[in-house]
Write a new protein. Structure first.
Length: 362
């Protein structure tokens, strides 16, 4: 039977999200239409906005719906950058890196967390926009967002937080940040919706102009089914529930480390569902294919859209050298079965034994 352990790529759809999306799909109206059908759709949209705002302590009027996390990040990075230097964490997701070509990279420490001293030094200059993820998608490492936000405040810099992986897994709020990006499908909603949450009063330039939707901040008819599903998922994805995944993750790590694996970011606060397991000498791609053939779905540290595996820029920034090409990401979904650790460790141990005997990935 398949064992799906690739939640950081996408979470399985939550039943509440499916229900909400299906209900919204039957609404004929456009939320911008003034007639009754439009108003009915608008009510669903605004209820979703309230729910998404509530999960991060924002107010509904400061939620801009987008088509996903990539767009929410791009909207923040491009929409807030005018007249500012852009500083990005070295381990940011390509969604942020690609939106800020030429940005200055902020180094991380060996444990994967942002080097706060380097941030403080980098902030000493003209006004900046700092982009930092709350949790890393490959290692699950949690960055010191509150401290970074305090430094940014003091220096008059804006802080954008990519909270795509942290939402629903660890307690999260806008806090002292200026904007926060979310993705529906990473919380168990349907693919196709995301949101950017803004500090009250913050204005930004839209990426997509159009019919004035989202208060002029994102043109285009809102994808209501995906948004309604995202809101239901955001309400259902509770960090308290995600803590149940940590012992399963820890059991996987303990068993694999006992057999020669390393864990990137071990000993640092991390998401409860994520581990980055390094098997020295074995390319990530080989491991992913071998486990896939055994029905275990994990991913390499970084997979490009072509499906090819590139050496992880995250692990490289953490100083792992050649080991950066030998890591797989195991990320437990909200519906992880109780026996997942035993099943994963059995498959991983069999793969390791086979590779040690010189077998190919089969
Ligand atoms: N930011 C992080 C940290 C991610 O892990 C991802 C997706 O993997 C994204 C942004 C992009 O989100 P989406 O897939 O919704 O575009």
């Amino acid at each position: 039977m398949e064992l799906y352990l690739d939640a950081n790529a996408t979470e399985p759809l939550r039943p509440e999200a499916r229900e909400a999306a299906l209900r919204a799909m039957d609404l004929a109206g456009n939320p911008s239409s003034v007639h009754g059908a439009g108003r009915a759709a608008r009510r669903v949209l605004e209820a979703a906005r309230e729910a998404v705002a509530a999960c991060c302590g924002a107010s509904a009027g400061d939620v801009v719906f987008t088509a996903g996390g990539t767009e929410a990040n791009a909207l923040a990075v491009r929409g807030l950058a005018a007249g500012r230097r852009v500083l990005v964490g070295a381990t940011e997701h390509p969604a942020v890196l690609a939106a800020a070509p030429g940005a200055e990279a902020l180094p991380v420490l060996a444990d994967g967390t942002l080097d706060l001293a380097a941030l403080a030094r980098a902030l000493d200059g003209p006004p900046a926009l700092v982009c930092l993820m709350a949790a890393n998608n490959e290692t699950g490492v949690l960055h010191p967002i509150a401290q970074a936000a305090a430094l940014c405040r003091e220096a008059g810099a804006l802080l954008h937080v990519d909270a795509v992986q942290a939402a629903g897994r660890v307690p999260l709020g806008l806090g002292n940040a200026d904007s926060l990006a979310l993705s529906g499908h990473k919380m168990g909603g349907p693919k196709g919706a995301g949101a950017l949450l803004l500090r009250p009063g913050l204005t930004l330039a839209p990426l997509i102009a159009g019919g004035g939707q989202e208060r002029g901040r994102r043109g285009g008819t809102e994808p209501l089914p995906a948004i309604a599903g995202m809101a239901a998922a955001a309400s259902a994805a509770l960090p308290e529930a995600a803590t149940r995944l940590a012992p399963i993750r820890d059991a996987i790590e303990a068993a694999c480390v006992a057999q020669g694996a390393l864990v990137a970011g071990a000993g640092t606060p991390r998401l409860p569902n994520t581990t980055s397991l390094v098997l020295p000498g074995v390319p990530a791609e080989t491991q992913v294919i071998s486990l896939d053939l055994a029905g275990v779905r994990v991913s390499a540290g970084a997979a490009c859209s072509s499906g090819k595996v590139a050496r992880s820029h995250v692990l490289t920034a953490m100083g792992l050298g050649d080991l950066a090409g030998c890591a797989i990401r195991v990320s437990l979904p909200w519906n992880t079965p109780a026996d997942a650790a035993e099943r994963f460790v059995a498959a991983w141990g069999a793969m390791r034994a086979k590779l040690a005997r010189g077998g190919a990935a089969s």
